[in-house]
Design a protein around this ligand. Sequence first.
Ligand code: 9MR
Length: 557
Amino acid sequence: MRKFWMLGCIILALLTACTANKWQPVEGSAELLKDLSWGCPGWVEVRDGTVLIGAGNEFRAYVNTYGPRLMTNGDFGVAVTLSAAQDNLAAFSLVGRLGTTDWWDGGRKLDVGLEAGQVIVNYYNGVSFMPSVAQTFAAEGLSGKVKLEVRRVITEFIILANDKEVGRVTAEDAFPDGFAYFGASVRPQNTLTLYDITVTAPPENTTVAVDFSGGSAYTPIEPPLRALADARNILIGGAVEPQHIRCDQTYAEVLGREFNILVAENAFKFWPIHPEQGRYDFTGADTVAEFAETHAMQIRGHTLVWHTSTPDWINNATFTQEQWNAVLQDHITTVVSRYKGRVAYWDVVNEGISENGVGLRKTVWSDGVGPDYIDKAFTWAHAADPDALLFYNDYAAEGMGGKSDEVYNLVKGMVERGIPIHGVGLQMHFVAGASPSPEDIARNIQRLGELGLQVHITELDIRLPVEASKDDLDQQANLYQQLLEVCTQAENCAAFVMWGFTDRYSWVPNSFSGYDHALIFDKAYRSKPAYFSLRKVLEMPQSLGPEDFGASCNCAP
Ligand code: 9MR
C-alpha cells in the first residue's frame, strides 16, 4: 500500500512538473488572425478566419504593420498552423524591425516555414539581403496543414513541427525594439494559408503579450493645432497616404484632429492615377479627398507634371509633339476636372528647374511637349478649374541664391506673360543645422509676394541622425518654430505643410541612410518638441511678432 502511495506521489510530481513546463497561450492570442488589419492593405485575403497570402509573380514579403504586435520581452513561443499551395518557400515571419533604404537594410526578420518538403528557418540580421542564418530541418508530416512553432529562449530559437522539436538556431538581437510584427514570406506562384496563430509563454513569464493598440501613444492636447491655425488664418498640415488612412486608426485620428490641410504624398501622382494610356485610377486619390472633405480640410493636389513617378507608357512613349500635347492636356484636364471645387491648390509643375539649379530640367515633358510645357500645363489646369490656385513647386529654392533665383525668374516670366500662376511651393526637406537661414527664406517669400504670388511651405521635414539626442530634437523644434514664424509673419505665406506628420511613415529613413525622426509626432504618435514649438508660434497673439518674446530675434540688445 505504502509503495502504491509513493508511486502515486512520483507520478503526481512528474505531472505537476510537466504542467509547470507547459507554455500557455497568452491573452488575445486567439484574436490574432481575426484582426481586420490583415486584409486592410488590399492584397491579403481574409476568408472565414483564415488568411491567404498569394505571391502572384513576385516574391512577397508581407508585414502586417497595421495589426497586432507581439511584445517580445522574455521568452515566448509562436505556433502557426499553415499550409502552402506549392512546394517552394512559404513561411510565417516575425519582423523585429523594418528595413529602411531596402527591405533588409537595418531590418530584422525571422522566417519559419516550409520549402521542398522540409522545415526552413531564415534569419535576416539587417546587414545583407541574404539570411545570416539559413537552416533546413527534416520532419514528419509536412504536407497539408502543418503546425510550426518557434520558441525563443534567450537567443536560442527552438523549432518544432507538429509539436516535435526538429532543431535549434541562434539569432542575436532579433527583436531590438521589444516587439515584432507578424508577417509572411511567400515565393512566386505559391500561396500561404494561415489557419491559426497562437502566442505562448512559459508560466513564469508575464511580459510576453499581444498588443492590439497599434503601438499608439497619442495624447490629444486641447485645443488641437488646427484650431490654433484657424485662429491665425493659416493652413497647417501634412502629406498622407490613403492606405494609412484606411488601415491605421490612430493615423486617421491624429490627421483629422490636428490639421486643416492635407496633400497626398503619392496618390495624385501620374503613375498611380493614370497607370495606362486611357485608364485612370482614382482609388487612392479619392480616399484622400473624401477624408479631407469629411474632416473639413483643404486639399493640395500634388502633382500634375513631374519628371519622375511616371508610368512606363509615358517613359517609353514615342509620341509626336502633337500627341504629347494631347496626352498632357488630357491628363491635366481629367484630373483637375474630377476634383474641381475640391482641390483648392495644385502643384501644377514640380521640380522643373534642372538639378544643378541652372535652366529648365530636361524631362519627358520638355522633350515631348516642348520648352513651353510649363506655361501650357498651367493654362490647361486653369481652364479645367478657374478657381483653383496654381503653384510651381521646387526644392533647394527656399532661401536666396542660384536655384531660387531661377525659380523666381521662371515664375516672374510666367506672371509677365499672363500665365495663370498663383503661387510658389517651397518644399523644405531640411537637415537640422544645414538649412538656409530664416531671414533668407523670409526675403525670398517677400520677393515672390512682390510678384503677386502666394507661397506655401509644401514638404517640410527636418531629418536628424538615427541616434538623435535630446539636443537634436530641441534644435529641430527650434527650426520648425523659426520656419512657422517666417510663414506667419509673411502676408503671402498661406500654408505650412509637412511631408507627413508621424515618423512612423516618413520617406526619410528609406531615402537617407542614417537619418530619421524628421516630423512632429514620433513613431508612436507622441508629440515631439517640434509639435509644441509649432503650438507656441500659433498661440502667440497675432499682433505680436516673435521678437516680443525674445525668440528668433537678430535685433541688437
Ligand atoms: O515621399 C515620396 C515617396 O514616397 C515617393 O516614393 C517619391 C517618388 O514618387 O516621392 C516622394 O515625394 C517627393 C515629392 O513628391 C516631391 N518632392 C520630393 C519628395 C521626396 O522625394
